[in-house]
Design a protein around this ligand. Structure first.
Ligand code: NAD
Ligand code: ZN
Length: 380
C-alpha cells in the first residue's frame, strides 16, 4: 500500500528537554511539501554535534527535537516541484545545503550556501522547514528538525537542496559516514588545507574526523603524517591509514607543539585540528612552520575561549583557515566520494567500531562519550 501523500507513523528518538536521554517514541511524519523529499532512513551514525546540541550547556538548543545528521536512506515520496529524485533512490541528506542558485553556490571559492547565511531565522538554522513549520509531531506536539536532516527517525523530510542521490549499489551502512564525519575530515585536508605532495602534516585528534583527515593527507601525497590522541588505541587505526608518527600528549613532559616543532625541524607544513577547543587550536597553530605553514581548524567546542592570534604570527608566513563540511559542495561532491569509496579508494570499515539496533541509541551515545567508539552505526 502506498504511503505517498499520507502521514507516516514510525519510530524516532525524541529529546524532550536538554540533558534528558533519548526517548523512543512513535512520531507522525507529514508528507513532503513543495521542494521537499520524504526519506526512509536505513542507517544513521552519531556525531559529537548531536550531543552538544542537546547538552544543557549549549544555550541555543530547542526542544522537543529529533537530532541526528549523518545518515543514508531511500526516497519514499517527493513533494511538488521535485525533479531530481524519485521513490526508491538511494540518498544522503546533508546539513550543508547546495541550492546552486545563490551567489555563494555560483562561486567556486566556497561551499557555503545562501540558505544558511541568516542564522537568526529558524529556517536558516534548519530547525524548521522552509515554510517555518515542522513535519514531525509526537503526542500532539510539533517536534523540531535538526540541521535540516533529523536522522534519528525511521522517516524524515528534507529539502531537495539538502540531498544527493548516490549509486544504486552503495552500502548504506557505510555511505551514511559521508553525511558528516568522513567528508569533513577528508575535505579539510584536500580542499581547505590543500595538502601538497611530499609535505609534513600533523593531525590533532583521531575521531572519525581526524582519521578522515589522515586519509586526506595520505591521498594528497604527504610524506610524513604525525598524529596525536590521548587514547593510544586510536593509533593502530591511524597507522593503517598512513600515519607515520603517533604522539600521546599525556605521555609527553612538554607541550605537544614543542615536541612537533623539534621533530620537524621548525614545524609542519599542515596542521589540522580535529578535537575542538582553545588549547588544541593554539597547539595546532604553534606547530606550523613559519614561511608557509597552514593551520586548518575543524573542531568546534561550544562556549570555549576564542583563539587569539597576533599579526606577527601570520606575517611570518603562516595561514590560518577553517573548514565547513570539508569545503565540499555537498550535492555535487558526495556522490563522487561514494563512488571513490566503492572503487576502494578508502576503507571506511576502520571507522565502524560498533553496530547497534536503533533502539539502543542511548547506549551508542554512552560509547561515544566514554571514548570507546569511533562511529556506531544504528539501523532501524
Ligand atoms: P571525536 O570525539 O570522535 O574525536 C575527537 C578525538 O580527539 C578523540 O579520539 C579523542 O580521544 C581525541 N582527544 C581528546 N582530547 C585530546 C587531547 N587533549 N589531545 C589529543 N587528542 C584528544 O569527534 P569527531 O566526530 O571526530 O569530531 C571532531 C571535531 O570536529 C568535533 O569538535 C566536531 O564537532 C567537529 N566537526 C566539525 C565539522 C566542520 O564542518 N567544521 C564537521 C564535523 C565535525
Ligand atoms: Zn557531524
Amino acid at each position: 500500500m502506498s504511503t505517498k501523500g499520507k502521514v507516516i507513523k514510525c519510530k524516532a528518538a525524541v529529546v524532550w528537554e536538554a540533558g534528558k536521554p533519548f526517548s523512543i517514541e512513535e512520531v507522525e511524519v507529514a508528507p513532503p511539501k513543495a521542494h521537499e523529499v520524504r526519506i526512509q532512513v536505513i542507517a544513521t551514525s552519531i556525531c559529537h554535534t548531536d550531543a552538544f546540541n542537546i547538552d544543557p550547556n549549549f544555550k541555543k538548543g530547542v526542544f522537543p527535537v529529533i537530532v541526528g545528521h549523518e545518515c543514508a536512506g531511500i526516497v519514499e515520496s517527493i513533494g511538488p516541484g521535485v525533479t531530481n529524485f524519485k521513490p526508491g533512490d538511494k540518498v544522503i541528506p546533508f546539513f550543508a545545503p547546495q541550492c546552486k542558485k545563490c551567489k555563494f553556490c555560483l562561486s567556486p571559492r566556497t561551499n557555503i550556501c545562501g540558505k544558511l547565511c541568516d542564522f537568526k531565522t529558524p529556517t536558516a538554522d534548519q530547525k524548521l522547514m522552509e515554510d517555518k513549520t515542522s513535519r514531525f509531531t509526537c503526542k500532539g506536539k510539533p517536534v523540531y528538525h535538526f540541521l535540516g536532516v533529523s536522522s534519528f527517525s525511521q522517516y524524515t523530510v528534507v529539502s531537495d537542496v539538502n540531498l544527493a542521490k548516490i549509486h544504486d549499489d552503495a552500502n548504506l551502512e557505510r555511505a551514511c559516514l559521508f553525511g558528516c564525519g568522513f567528508s569533513s575530515g577528508y575535505g579539510a585536508a584536500i580542499n581547505t588545507a590543500k595538502v601538497t605532495p611530499g609535505s609534513t602534516c600533523a593531525i590533532f585528534g583521531l575521531g572519525s574526523v581526524g582519521l578522515s583527515a589522515v586519509i586526506g593527507c595520505k591521498v594528497a601525497g604527504a610524506s610524513r603524517i604525525i598524529v596525536t590522541d590521548i587514547n593510544n588505541e586510536k593509533f593502530t587505526r591511524a597507522k593503517a591509514l598512513g600515519a607515520t608518527d603517533c604522539l600521546n600528549p599525556r605521555e609527553l613532559d612538554r607541550p605537544i607543539q614543542e615536541v612537533i616543532i623539534e621533530m620537524t625541524n621548525g614545524g609542519v607544513d599542515f596542521a589540522i585540528e580535529c578535537i575542538g577547543g582553545y588549547q588544541h587550536m593554539r597547539a595546532a597553530l604553534d606547530s606550523t612552520s613559519v614561511g608557509g605553514g597552514t593551520c586548518t581548524l575543524v573542531g568546534v567546542k561550544a562556549g570555549d575561549k576564542a583563539l587569539d592570534v597576533s599579526p606577527e604570527e601570520l606575517i611570518m608566513g603562516r595561514t590560518l583557515n577553517a573548514t565547513f563540511f570539508g569545503g565540499w559542495k555537498s550535492v555535487d561532491s558526495v556522490p563522487k566520494l561514494v563512488n571513490d569509496y566503492m572503487n576502494k579508494k578508502f576503507n571506511l570499515d576502520l571507522f565502524v567500531t560498533h553496530n547497534l539496533p536503533f533502539d539502543q541509541v542511548n547506549e551508542a551515545f554512552d560509547l561515544m562519550n566514554q571514548g570507546k567508539s569511533i562511529r556506531t552505526i544504528l539501523t532501524f
